[in-house]
Design a protein around this ligand. Structure first.
Ligand code: AMP
Length: 321
């Protein structure tokens, strides 16, 4: 953290990056760090330059306008919440003079940065940004806007502080942010209310979910279904969180049909699914991972592997619910 702060101090221009298809943690950590650095160093240029956006988090406002290649050359790049280079939203990140990576995903052995700070046990990258601020609070300035961004990522990536990575540190850092001042009524209303179409789709999706022999819950969200319910890709992908509450069903998977591929979102309790995701062009965390398959045949193969994994887990372990 000291090396990162010293490097930030050396540069006049800092560009912050994140992964594509951004979630609350990717948006919160990058906007949060930008707000802290802008408040602390008004003389520096602190930019957020990414190539895609999130409708779900549009209430936080946009990012900075695209820049020509030349702009990147004397900048420090900070990539947050992104384990591998291919997932970085803005491919121009490589043009930066120096690159720092801050992340909480399991690394795959490859590296895209000059300086890395990776803590897999952290519940979110936002928790790391909060820890960074806390570590240098005599030098850095925070605003309630920054606290709100960071708190948003901590809440969303920890499933509202439920997942196993949530530690005493998580709660202490969240408390520190609340002390700065956050309008939680507005934040939670923005995060956790649905449109009527999403509300109706949730009921439909639950009625269409399939349960395998050993208890893997899955749903295939076809393009036809997406069209029928007028769902954006983001709406369709959110379906995975509606499959999480069946007793004994420790793995749940959503398959979202795209034009050329099927996006796979894997979630679990107790059982590790990231290795399964690795075998299908993916990765992520032990209990929340993503992958991609290219045919229904491959989708069925993944499901069969998930079912076998769960059967084995249940045979060899006790205490699961
Ligand atoms: P998702 O279901 O896409 O939200 O993914 C769950 C978690 O796994 C997120 O933290 C993602 O950043 C991560 N993830 C998804 N796909 C990949 C991938 N292909 N490689 C590495 N990590 C991934």
């Amino acid at each position: 953290m000291r090396q990162i702060l010293d490097t930030i101090k050396e540069y006049k221009k800092i560009i912050i990056f994140r992964h594509f298809r951004p979630d609350g943690d990717a948006i919160g950590s990058t906007k949060g760090l930008q707000a802290i650095l802008r408040a602390t160093y008004p003389e520096k240029e602190i930019m957020l330059l990414n190539a895609d956006y999130s409708d779900y988090l549009a209430f936080f406002g946009g990012e900075d306008a695209p820049q020509e290649d030349e702009y990147y050359k004397d900048a420090l790049g900070i990539v947050i919440d992104t384990s591998v280079a291919k997932r970085i939203s803005n491919k121009k990140f490589e043009l930066c003079e120096k690159i720092i990576k801050i992340d909480h995903h399991i690394p795959d052995g490859s590296s895209y940065a000059d300086l890395e700070w990776i803590e897999e046990h952290r519940s979110s990258s936002c928790e790391m940004i909060a820890a960074f601020y806390e570590c240098f609070r005599d030098e850095l300035k925070i605003t309630s806007e920054a606290a709100t961004y960071i708190y948003c990522g901590m809440v969303t990536d920890s499933g509202r502080f439920r997942y196993r990575e949530v530690s005493g540190d998580t709660m202490r850092l969240a408390g520190m942010l609340l002390d700065v001042g956050i309008d939680t009524d507005s934040l939670y209303s923005n995060l956790y209310t649905d449109s009527i179409k999403a509300f109706k789709f949730e009921a439909y999706a639950k009625s269409k979910a399939v349960i395998s022999e050993n208890g893997v819950v899955s749903i295939f969200v076809s393009k036809r279904m997406q069209k029928k319910f007028k769902l954006s890709k983001e709406d369709a992908s959110a379906v995975v969180s509606h499959l999480d509450s069946l007793r004994g069903c420790l793995i749940w998977i959503a398959f979202i049909e795209g034009d050329d591929e099927i996006r796979v979102r894997l979630r679990s309790r107790f059982v590790t699914v990231s290795e399964l995701a690795n075998r299908y062009n993916g990765g992520g965390h032990a209990c929340a991972a993503g992958a991609t398959v290219y045919s229904k045949k491959e989708m069925k193969a993944l499901l069969a592997e998930a079912d076998e994994l769960l059967g084995k887990y249940k045979n060899e372990n006790e205490g699961w619910i």
